[in-house]
Every structure is written in structure tokens, then in C-alpha cells.
Design a binder for this molecule. Structure first.
Ligand code: SAM
Length: 317
């Protein structure tokens, strides 16, 4: 069975990029009158405690969402020098929407605005559910037994009945049975852990199949940017897929630090952890580019860890 547990990573910089983009998409797509089917192929546990054992072990939220909530200084302090005062720029609307979702789950944080009061972090299922209207449906797939149990329990507490379905199934396979959706409007989030090398090939095969079944769906893929050929190829393959199918696409990426290996004083190699990640969207709404154009520079300013911090935003079709 897989060892990846999203709880270790909840609220990290990849989640900030992923969930800000997801919120911008959900906000736009649920404005229409026709029913939307949302399919989350790799749902995770749904909710995470930032003060729980898993998240405390790795502290990834400290370099992600918790850092986002602190105003950045204009320039990092030079040795022996002082940091320049915090930049008082309001958050970009897409980031403000992200913070508002966090506030809705954290009453104490909503009241104080203090990052230390952020206790609960929502995974993609809770973000998606929040934006649904009565006619929309949400299908969630999670294969890990423990995360599936947590997800079922967390969703059960919402008392939303059959509007949200949770299944312990392979999300890549399950997606096929839901396309095309009844009202011919769908958004699919495909967010594997890429713990198994074959996940990269499965993502492109799954997206190719999905576009054949339902060309106008909005398909959203999160991917890690790491020095590994499969990871490097994935956005390129998705772009080719979209172009060949005559669909529009958008690729947004966030780098927070260098991907170079370093060594410590004893000569031991230090791996940098995840330095960057991206979101590839096929058939993005026309509003997404503008939303991210404002949000990404602020993510870099607040989450960047060294001079390699940067963002990418390209689109086509
Ligand atoms: N989408 C979640 C979020 O944003 O909160 C995080 C998902 S996490 C990156 C990936 C999840 O996929 C893990 O919980 C893992 O157990 C699950 N998983 C792995 N392979 C799967 C498969 N083939 N089908 C469904 N779930 C799978």
C-alpha cells in the first residue's frame, strides 16, 4: 500500500498554488445556471489539523500557508543589517478568496487574523464542496484505507446527503464512468501523489481518455517540478494533448527554492524537498489567467525561500 499521506504536506506551498487555483475555478464554474459535476480523482482525507501529529512532524505549512499569512518584507535582511518594513499591499483577490475559505473553517483565525490561530486546513474535497449549489454534484475517490475512512467521516459531518459521493476506488479508472456528465458540464481535479513512477503516465493516459469522452470538460492536473524525466515531461505531454484536441490550456507554476542538492558540514547530501510545482488546466475559464497573474507574484514574494523563487504562467489555444 502507499506510504504517501497528504497530512504530512497539508498547507505547503504546493497546496497554496493548488488550492488558490481550485478556488478561482470553482468560484467561476459554479456561477452558471447549469449543473456542474466535480470529480476529484485523488481526494485525500478532506480536512487536516495543522496542530496534529502528521503536520507538526514536517511543518510544511510553516513554509506554505502560514508564511502566506505574514506580510513579506521588501528585501531580506543582509548579514548584520535590518529587514526593510513589511510591504502593506492588499492580497490579490484569488489569494483573498483562499484566505476567506480558511477563515470559514477557523472561527478564531477569522476573528484575529493571526496565523497562529489557523488550526484546520481544508483539502480539495472541502474546498469543492463549499462552492457547490443545490444542482451540482461532487464525486470523490480515495484509495488509501485510512484516508478514505477520514474522508467519509469528514464529509458525513457535513450532512449533504447524496450531493457528495465518496468511494474507495482507483480515481483514474473511476473517472471514465462519469464522462460525459449528465448536464455536460464538469470539472476534474487529478492530484496524485506521484509516489509511484507510473502515476505520470497514468495522468496523461487518463486525461487523453477524458478529453475523448468529453472534450469540453475543465481538466486540472497538479504536478511536482522535480529533477526527474517523467515529471519534466508531464506538462509538455498535457500541452501536446490539449493542442492536438484543439482545446485551450493554461500552465501555472510556483518555484520557492533551488532544486540543487547541497551538503552539510559532515558532507552528507541534503535534499531540498519539493522546490516547485505546477497546475495544468485544459479548457480553463477565461478569467483564470488574470486571477493568477495577480496572485502568483505575491506567492513568490511571500513563499520564496531563495533567489530562485519565481513563477511561470503560460497559456494557449
Ligand atoms: N487532492 C487532495 C487535496 O488537495 O487536498 C490531496 C490528494 S494527495 C496529493 C493524493 C491522494 O491520492 C492520497 O491521499 C493517496 O492515498 C490517494 N491515491 C493514490 N493513488 C490513488 C488512486 N489510484 N486513486 C485514488 N486515490 C489514490
Amino acid at each position: 500500500m502507499f506510504s504517501y499521506r497528504h497530512a504530512f504536506h497539508a498547507g505547503n506551498h504546493a497546496d497554496v498554488l493548488k488550492h488558490t487555483t481550485l478556488i478561482a475555478l470553482m468560484k467561476y464554474l459554479t456561477q452558471k445556471d447549469t449543473a456542474l459535476t466535480v470529480i476529484d480523482t485523488h481526494a485525500g482525507a478532506g480536512l487536516y489539523r495543522l496542530d496534529g501529529d502528521y503536520t507538526e512532524t514536517s511543518g510544511e505549512a510553516l513554509e506554505g500557508v502560514l508564511k502566506l499569512l505574514v506580510k513579506p518584507v521588501e528585501e531580506p535582511p543582509k548579514p548584520g543589517g535590518k529587514a526593510k518594513p513589511a510591504v502593506d499591499e492588499p492580497l490579490a483577490p484569488a489569494l483573498q478568496d483562499y484566505v476567506d475559505v480558511l477563515k470559514s473553517l477557523n472561527p478564531q483565525f477569522a476573528q484575529s487574523g493571526e496565523a497562529t490561530h489557523l488550526r484546520i486546513y481544508p483539502g480539495s474535497p472541502f474546498i469543492e464542496q463549499r462552492f457547490l449549489s443545490g444542482r451540482d454534484k461532487l464525486k470523490l475517490f480515495e484509495l488509501h484505507p485510512t484516508d478514505f475512512k477520514s474522508l467519509s467521516g469528514n464529509i458525513g459531518q457535513l450532512e449533504v446527503g447524496r450531493q457528495v459521493a465518496v468511494a474507495r476506488e482507483d480515481g483514474f479508472e473511476a473517472l471514465k464512468t462519469f464522462l460525459p456528465p449528465p448536464a455536460r458540464r464538469a470539472m476534474v481535479l487529478c492530484d496524485p501523489s506521484y509516489e509511484i513512477k507510473s502515476d505520470y503516465a497514468r495522468v496523461s493516459a487518463c486525461m487523453a481518455d477524458a478529453i475523448k469522452r468529453f472534450a469540453t470538460g475543465c481538466y486540472v492536473v497538479w504536478y511536482p517540478i522535480i529533477p526527474r524525466p517523467e515529471a519534466h515531461d508531464l506538462p509538455r505531454k498535457l500541452k501536446t494533448l490539449a493542442v492536438k484536441a484543439g482545446r485551450s490550456w493554461l500552465n501555472a507554476s510556483l518555484t520557492v527554492k533551488s532544486s540543487k542538492l547541497t551538503t552539510d558540514m559532515t558532507g552528507e547530501v541534503i535534499r531540498p524537498g519539493l522546490p516547485a510545482s505546477g497546475m495544468f488546466v485544459i479548457n480553463p475559464p477565461h478569467t483564470l489567467k488574470g486571477d493568477l497573474q495577480l496572485a502568483l507574484p505575491q506567492m513568490v514574494a511571500r513563499l520564496g525561500q531563495d533567489r530562485h523563487a519565481s513563477f511561470g504562467l503560460e497559456h494557449g489555444g
